[in-house]
Write a protein that binds this ligand. Sequence first.
Ligand code: NAP
Length: 376
Amino acid sequence: MTQTLATQSDAVHLERTLELAERGRGRTSPNPLVGAVVVRDGHAIGEGHHAGPGCPHAEPAALADCFEDPDGATLYVSLEPCAHRGRTPPCVEAILAAGIRRVVVASDDPSAKASGRGPELLRAEGVEVEWAEARLAHAARLLNQPFRKHARTGRPLVVLKSALTLDGKVATRAGDSRWISSEASRARVHALRAEVDAVAIGIGTALADDPQLTARPGDGEPIGQPWRVVFDSHARLPLDSVLVRSAGGVPVLVVCSPDAPISARDALAAAGVEVLVVEGDDETARVAQALSELGERGIQSLVLEGGPRLAGAFLDAGEIDAMLAFIAPVLAGGGEARSVLEGRGVEAIADARRAVSVEVEPIGDDTCIHARFREW
Ligand SMILES: NC(=O)c1ccc[n+]([C@@H]2O[C@H](COP(=O)([O-])OP(=O)(O)OC[C@H]3O[C@@H](n4cnc5c(N)ncnc54)[C@H](OP(=O)(O)O)[C@@H]3O)[C@@H](O)[C@H]2O)c1
């Protein structure tokens, strides 16, 4: 990663690779979102993106799309080209076979089998390789936060989603939370669920709300359905809950501790629920352990939908990467009414997690705040 871009025209084509990459959103896991453009004399002669596991990578897709011979052209790509053989052949081979003379890359691939090997091989074969300037490299990295965190840590990216009142409550003093946020906000959450690998709640929420946790975007069929994960140490999830009754259609995974009665675990398993036993001395340790186990199953992105006790344990475990807060213009009051996060929390504000970036968007009557606490 030694060189940066010189020209504005490179930036235009790299921006286009990011737009193309977006087309795969919600479809590519466990693979990253990637877009590519082949350019000759300043004009695109081929474009492509990765559409999902087993489909061609963006680079061969763009090369196959070329309406003239790409020999001697420049290839722009949002993620470094791979040098390894997976379900498809290495992209480096396709690039060399096509006679591409220059490759401009927007972001690195931190996975162990990549990490610069592709660009190195291209350079060794005489192809000029350049990297995007900081702004575009950052935009390209943001596209693939779940892939990047999973590649680096083996754990999924966690986004805490919460609907809260203007006074910071997620339920009334009686535990009622339906519905704090507007229909438009809830539609946004359904769209988000369709894009991620898993949605998680604690058993407290499962018992209080008996939710479905499926993606029901309202504008046609969802792209996919996430795993529905319940943190439930003692395997208390009722067999007649909506989650268990629908486990045959959309998978449900219960995370319990070794203390959970075998009979309860067996009953859940017999009802089609996957039961994952995790060890750990306390709730925080069990969160970390469970995330590693979910990561091993290929889950790269997880939306945490509460409640406050489980979300607090995630915060204490240092596992909240981002938060989507849907703040409704209503006041609930009540000292007993729950707020978003419990757990241990911090003593000094100086120790509080501070967002590295914040986006604010009005949705209906609500305000959606998207805060990122770390980037991968
Ligand atoms: N407005 C919103 O966006 C929103 C979202 C969700 C929930 N809510 C509201 O929040 C309330 C429920 O919240 P809650 O705090 O009582 O329940 P919760 O956070 O959903 O579940 C807490 C329970 O999860 C279990 N658990 C298993 N593993 C855990 C771990 N590693 N760390 C922490 N907990 C773990 C514990 O029970 P065991 O020890 O038995 O396993 C714990 O009591 C309801 O009123 C619901 O309506 C609101």
